[in-house]
Design a protein around this ligand. Structure first.
Ligand SMILES: NC(=O)c1ccc[n+]([C@@H]2O[C@H](COP(=O)([O-])OP(=O)(O)OC[C@H]3O[C@@H](n4cnc5c(N)ncnc54)[C@H](O)[C@@H]3O)[C@@H](O)[C@H]2O)c1
Length: 325
C-alpha cells in the first residue's frame, strides 16, 4: 500500500509519516517546505519538494507511484495571520485543495484523509463538548477554509468521485516519547510549544491573550491531543477507508479542556522552571472554549489514545525543546 502525504515535512505530517512506515506502508511526501523541514521526513519516505497545486508535479508523482490514498495535511494554520491575510489562506488551503483533489480523481486515487480542525466549530457558546453534529460556525478565515474543504469533499463524494475521512483535530502538542521527533515550527503560536521554549530558556516570557473570557479562570480553554495519538488516528482512518468504510467525519481530542493558566502551571511543574508570564488583550479570532466529544472515533474507528495526560504532553514537548540548540 502506498500513500501520498501532503505536508509530510510538517509537525503532524512527519509524525504520521513515521507511523505509516512503521506499519508497513510506502510513503511519498509532497511538501513545499514553507513551514516544514526536510530533516523531519523519515529517510525511508520518497520526498518531493513542491506545491500541492502544481499540476505538472502531481502528474509526475501519480505516474511514478501507484497511490492507494492521500493524506492531505498541507495548509497554513495561524488563526491571527488568517484574519490579516485571508487571500493567502483561501488560496493555499481552499483553492490548492480543490486542485489536488481534481488531480487525485483524474489519476484514480479515490481515498482521501483530510486534516480539518476544531476551528470549524467556532464558538461553543453553551460550554458543552463539541461533537461532530455540533453547529459549524467558524469565526476566522482559517476555520472557514477548512470547513469549505470539508463541504467540497462531501460534494465530490456525493458525485461518486472519491471517499473521505475528515479528521477534526483539537490542539495538537507534545513530541515523540523517545525524543526522536517533535515540533520544529518556527515562530509558533501554539501555547505548549511556546511554553516549552520558555521553560527551556529560549524565550523570556509567555504572553496570555485575554483574561476575561467566560471560562472558570478567564483564560481560553482548549483540548490538547498528543501528536503520536493523532498520528495513530490517521492509521486507523486509513485502514477504515481502504477496508471500504463509508465517508465520515471524526473529532480527534481527549474530551477534556485545560485553560491557558492550567497548561502553564503543568509546564512549570514538569520542567521545574519558573518562566515569566505576561498578560495582554484578547487576540482576534480566539474562541473561549473548544473541547471535543471524541466518542465517535473510538467507537467507529477503534482509536485508543495512549498519551492522554497533560503532564506527559508538556514533558515530551519540553524534553524535545531542551534537546535542541
Ligand atoms: N497543529 C495543530 O494544533 C492543528 C490543529 C488542527 C488542525 N491542524 C491541521 O493539521 C495540518 C498540519 O498542521 P501542522 O501543525 O503539522 O503544521 P505544519 O506547518 O508543521 O505543517 C504543514 C505542512 O504543510 C506544508 N505546506 C503548506 N502549504 C503547502 C502547499 N501549498 N504545498 C505543499 N506543502 C505545503 C508546510 O511546508 C508544512 O510542512 C494542517 O492542515 C492544519 O490545519 C493542525
Amino acid at each position: 500500500m502506498k500513500v501520498l502525504v501532503t505536508g509530510g515535512a510538517g509537525y503532524i505530517g512527519s509524525h504520521t509519516v513515521s507511523g505509516l512506515l512503521k506499519s508497513g506502508y510506502e510513503v511519498v511526501v509532497l511538501d513545499n517546505l514553507s513551514s516544514g523541514f526536510r530533516e523531519a521526513v523519515d529517510p525511508k519516505a520518497y520526498f518531493y519538494q513542491g506545491n500541492v497545486n502544481d499540476k505538472t508535479l502531481l502528474k509526475e508523482i501519480f505516474k511514478s507511484h501507484k497511490m492507494d490514498a492521500v493524506i492531505h495535511f498541507a495548509a497554513k494554520l495561524i488563526v491571527e495571520e488568517s484574519v490579516a491575510k485571508p487571500q493567502e489562506y483561501y488560496f493555499n488551503n481552499l483553492v490548492s485543495s480543490l486542485l489536488l483533489f481534481k488531480e487525485c480523481v483524474a489519476n484514480g486515487v479515490n481515498n482521501i484523509i483530510f486534516s480539518s480542525t476544531a476551528a470549524v466549530y467556532g464558538e461553543s457558546l453553551d460550554g458543552n463538548l463539541l461533537n461532530e453534529s455540533s453547529a459549524c460556525k467558524p469565526i476566522n478565515p482559517y476555520g472557514k477554509t477548512k470547513l469549505f474543504v470539508e463541504r467540497m469533499l462531501q460534494d465530490l463524494e456525493q458525485a461518486g468521485l472519491l471517499r473521505y475521512v475528515i479528521l477534526r483535530y483539537f490542539n495538537v502538542a507534545g513530541a515523540e516519547v523517545n525524543g526522536g521527533n517533535g515540533q520544529r515550527t518556527k515562530g509558533a503560536t501554539h501555547l505548549i510549544k511556546i511554553a516549552s521554549e520558555a521553560a527551556a530558556g529560549k524565550r523570556k516570557e509567555v504572553m496570555v491573550f485575554g483574561t476575561n473570557y467566560p471560562t472558570p479562570d478567564g483564560t481560553c480553554v482548549r483540548d490538547y491531543i498528543h501528536v503520536q495519538d493523532l498520528a495513530s488516528a490517521h492509521l486507523k482512518a486509513l485502514k477504515y477507508l481502504i477496508d471500504g468504510g463509508k465517508s465520515d467525519t471524526f473529532n480527534c481530542g481527549y474530551s477534556k479542556g485545560y485553560s491557558v493558566l492550567e497548561v502553564l502551571d503543568h509546564m512549570k511543574k514538569v520542567s521545574h522552571s519558573d518562566f515569566e508570564v505576561k498578560y495582554s488583550a484578547r487576540r482576534k479570532g480566539d474562541a473561549p472554549s473548544v473541547v471535543s466529544d471524541a466518542q465517535k472515533i473510538k467507537s467507529v474507528l477503534g482509536w485508543k489514545p495512549e498519551y492522554d495526560k497533560i503532564d506527559l504532553i508538556c514533558e515530551t514537548a519540553y524534553e524535545w525543546e531542551k534537546s535542541r540548540p
